[in-house]
Design a protein around this ligand. Structure first.
Ligand code: PEP
Ligand code: MG
Length: 876
């Protein structure tokens, strides 16, 4: 027969799977000899069996009775004894803490007979009747789902008739009678008087609470598996509500908000634990407990020190003092803010409790990301106008503008509000403090570009009706006009009216070199852990950067090169006209002329970036997007031409452009004429870019620099494509005097490239996984559309826990990556392999890339510190 029930003296903290977190820690405290009331834990295995069969597993309650007898013997009290009753507390506790989902029933064992015993034992009749009425209420709610209001109403009615002292014993006895009537009316039978029946029903109710709607929702959000089940902890009751020498509290071994050393907590005299949670009365600080009961305070602080040394981490505890005697009801490694996580990890290293490797596991790269962004002071924030997708973190305040030109021209901080953004909005996005869109998700243009720039962005705010013509947006019946102030929170996706105060981030200032590591405790801790991550990581961290300014920033943030420089960004702005000329060129001479006009501009851009990254590798990708993306949209051109024609005017250049856009129109441009295909179809285009790179390099060499460019070819699917481009590259390089040899590599961003990586490596000096396109093409998910469309449904249904555009799909896309790494290196053992898709800055993905044996990840400059930390964590 299986064993389902474990006494606290049998377990320990390593058995949290079986005993739940709370049960395992109660057992651990018991083993440490701390004052824990005697009790036992019904295992998660029993819960799983119950949920599978709809009834308790055979023999469960016999085991419960056996353990209960042990407690009775130890305490010299019997459960159900009318003279001196043992009472029990029943609490749920799964493997992972699910705050607010917990079911608790106190005072089990009270009935019409034992209530008198409790009164005699405690010498407090009022307390005994109050405990009984609490039991009926909690039991009714938890076991039978009786709405709390049904009881609260009666209690409030009674309180209204009594003075500030509250109801006396007699009145409470009357209230118990009323509660019993409410119970019977709601449940259909009387309140169960048999103590054992109460206990069995309570255990079953806790089992069933595992599948309560709110618990299921919570698990889904926190990615906790549904099949773990909860344990049930049954413990002898101790009372904090027996007068002024009793009380209850919660405490932390250090401040969980800042990490500051020293115990920190709240205490409520003459109360039970649930009163603290319910917030009926104001708690006092632990200093007050020191004054009221110095002996208990001293014992508590000693116990907390023991726990911290034992767990080697911040712990939180729940305790009760019953007539001057301290009891520990719970402990666990406590939750903390990101700032506290760093500060505490560094302190524990100083105190010799943990080493630096372990300290890296006490923080997450996601926490570092949170620390880098300025944050709103939420206490000062009004009700949000809308909540949407937090696409690029940060807190931005500015005046509403609806077009990019206005944003670029603004002299005051602005928020660019658009239905969606396109490459034309770039100047506006650069100028704005933040970007707010009503369409698109985390991989929409607005989101990707904003993240790349470290610009705050909230997207997909569908509640907003944006009307740029009228210069306003509406949410419900609220109208916000151009020029009004709004505040957007790119972490939570909230949009606030007006100006919410912002707190700057010292961590970001330190990372950007503006603050010294010793600036404050938090900055010092971040410095220490990040330095250790750098020392241990095997994965290099480069940045995706397209401008000298971005390159410089990336370098300050610790990038060891550029893993992706997207040259198409050099075709924007006032260079568009040159691109138009290129597209409209109808003979080789004009084409050559158009390319020649672009050459010096590209060369200057590249020289600037090579200078900013002097001595470090700079991977320059040849142009990728389809050329018509650089022309005005079809609808806009059609309207312009139609207008001109209606007025009897010659549409001129617009007419030519319209013909070109129509000619180049593709139903699926992402699968169309882009990347290497474009380079092979438009003669001289790649050649011009390669010349610009070679000449810029030669100039840097001549100027005494140490340029290290690498040329990368996008969207390759077949080795012959790469071979053809390489031949062209080498031919061009041979004509540029003073240029050193430049490695040529390829992006691996189509499944076919991954599958034929062994062949492709014969022509490639390096690989860089373009995981945005590789995810798109492997899943057949349009990266521009899905997030605003069916992804939320997929996430809700648990088809995936997180978007595969955010965290690499290790099973599918990851398999292609592993295969390409292995086969590529089989052909060319010295092949350098990196990744430059958005995943390069995602901590979970970084761990995968480390495991897959990549040489580096490349991500936006602002993610560089995050990737450094994630890479360090992956190495220890
Ligand atoms: C990619 O596809 O992952 C990539 C880095 O290229 P882009 O995002 O420019 O298509
Ligand atoms: Mg790509």
């Amino acid at each position: 027969m299986s064993t389902y029930v474990y006494d606290f003296i049998e377990g320990d903290r390593s058995r949290a799977d079986l005993l739940g977190g709370k049960g395992a820690n109660l057992a651990e405290m018991t083993r440490l000899g701390l004052p824990v009331p005697p009790g036992f834990t019904v295992s998660t295995e029993a819960c799983r069996a119950y949920l599978a069969d709809g009834r308790p597993p055979a023999g469960l309650f016999d085991e419960v009775n056996g353990h209960l007898r042990e407690i009775e013997i130890r305490l010299g009290r019997r459960f159900g004894d009318p003279h001196d009753p043992l009472l029990l507390a029943v609490r749920s506790g799964g493997r992972y803490s699910m705050p607010g989902m917990m079911e608790t029933i106190l005072d089990i064992g009270l009935n019409d007979a034992t209530v008198a015993g409790l009164a005699a034992q405690s010498g407090d009749e009022r307390f005994a009747w109050d405990s009984y009425r609490r039991l009926i209420q909690m039991f009714g709610r938890t076991v039978y789902g009786v709405p709390a209001d049904e009881f609260e109403r009666e209690l409030a009615a009674l309180r209204a008739t009594t003075g500030p002292a509250g109801p006396d014993a007699e009145q409470l006895r009357g209230l118990v009678g009323t509660y019993k009537k409410v119970f019977a009316a709601q449940v259909g039978h009387d309140f169960p008087q048999a103590p054992h029946e109460q206990l069995y029903l309570a255990i079953r109710a806790v089992f069933e609470s595992w599948n309560a709607e709110r618990a299921v929702l919570y698990r889904r959000r926190e990615h906790i598996p549904d099949d773990l089940g909860t344990a049930v902890n049954v413990m002898a009751m101790v009372f904090g509500n027996l007068g002024p020498d009793s009380g209850t509290g919660v405490a932390f071994t250090r401040d969980p908000a800042t990490g500051a050393p020293g115990v920190y907590g709240d205490y409520l005299p003459d109360a039970q634990g649930e009163d603290v949670v319910a917030g009926i009365r104001n708690t006092v600080g632990l200093a007050e407990l020191e004054r009221i009961d110095p002996a208990s305070f001293r014992q508590l602080t000693e116990i907390m020190a023991t726990l911290e040394r034992h767990y080697r981490d911040l712990c939180d505890v729940e305790f009760t003092i019953e007539r001057g005697k301290l009891w520990m009801l719970q402990t666990r490694v406590g939750k903390r803010t990101p700032a506290a996580a760093f500060v505490i990890a560094a302190q524990l290293v100083d105190e010799g409790l943990i080493g630096l490797d372990e300290a890296l596991h006490r923080v997450t790269a996601g926490q570092l990301a949170q620390l880098m962004f300025p944050a709103f002071d939420l206490a000062a924030a009004p009700e949000p106008l809308a909540t949407a997708v937090g696409a690029s973190p940060g807190a931005a305040v500015g005046r509403v503008v609806f077009d990019s030109a206005a944003a670029a021209a603004a002299t005051e901080p602005v928020i660019l509000v658009r239905r969606e953004t396109n490459p034309d909005d770039l100047p506006g996005m650069i100028a704005a403090r933040g970007v707010l869109t009503s369409r698109g998700g985390k991989t929409s243009h607005a989101a990707v570009v904003a993240r790349g720039m470290g610009r705050t962005c909230v997207c997909g705010a569908e509640a907003l009706r944006i009307d740029p013509e009228r210069g306003e947006f509406t949410v419900g019946d609220r109208v916000v006009r151009a020029g009004e102030l709004i505040s957007i929170d790119g972490t939570t996706g909230r949009v606030f009216p007006g100006e919410v105060p912002v707190q700057p981030s010292p961590v970001a200032r330190y990372l950007a070199g503006e603050l010294k590591p010793e600036a404050d405790r938090l900055v010092a801790a971040v410095h220490r852990l990040l330095s250790h991550a750098d020392a241990v990581r095997r994965l290099g961290v480069r940045a995706n950067a397209d401008t000298p300014a971005d390159a410089e920033r990336a370098r300050r943030f610790g990038a060891s090169g550029i893993g992706l420089c997207r040259t198409e960004h050099m075709f924007l702005g006032d260079r568009r006209e040159l691109v138009e000329r290129l597209i409209l060129a109808d003979d080789p001479d004009r084409l050559a002329e158009a390319l020649a006009a672009l050459l010096p501009l590209q060369r200057a851009d590249i020289e600037g970036i090579l200078a900013a990254m002097d001595g470090l590798p700079v991977t320059i990708r040849l142009i990728d997007p389809p050329l018509h993306e650089f022309l005005p949209p079809l609808a806009e051109l059609t309207a312009r031409v139609a207008r001109a024609e209606a007025l009897g005017e010659d549409p001129g250049r617009d007419g030519l452009l319209l013909t070109a856009v129509r000619r180049m129109h593709e139903a699926n441009p992402m699968l169309g004429l882009r990347g290497v295909r474009l380079g092979l179809v438009v003669p001289g285009l790649f050649g011009m870019q390669v010349r610009a790179i070679a000449e810029a390099t030669a100039q840097r060499v001549a100027a005494g620099g140490d340029p290290r460019p690498e040329i990368m070819v996008p969207l390759v699917a077949d080795v012959r494509e790469l071979a053809a481009v390489r031949a062209e590259v080498e031919a061009v390089l041979a004509t540029v005097p003073g240029a050193p040899p430049i490695p040529v590599g390829t992006m691996v961003e189509t499944p076919r490239a991954a599958l034929t990586a062994g062949d492709i490596a014969a022509e490639a000096h390096f690989f860089s996984f373009g995981t945005n396109d590789l995810t798109q093409t492997t899943w057949a998910f349009s990266r521009d559309d899905v997030e605003g469309s069916f992804f939320s449904g997929y996430l809700e249904r648990g088809i995936f826990a997180v978007s595969p555009f955010e965290t690499i799909d290790a099973t599918g896309v990851g398999r292609l990556i592993r295969l390409a790494v292995a086969e590529g290196r089989a052909t060319r053992p010295e092949l350098t392999v990196g990744v430059c898709g958005e995943h390069g800055g995602d901590p979970d993905s970084v761990a995968f890339f480390a495991d897959a044996g990549l040489d580096y990840v490349s991500c936006s400059p602002y993610r560089v510190p995050v990737a450094r930390l994630a890479a360090g964590r992956a190495a220890v």
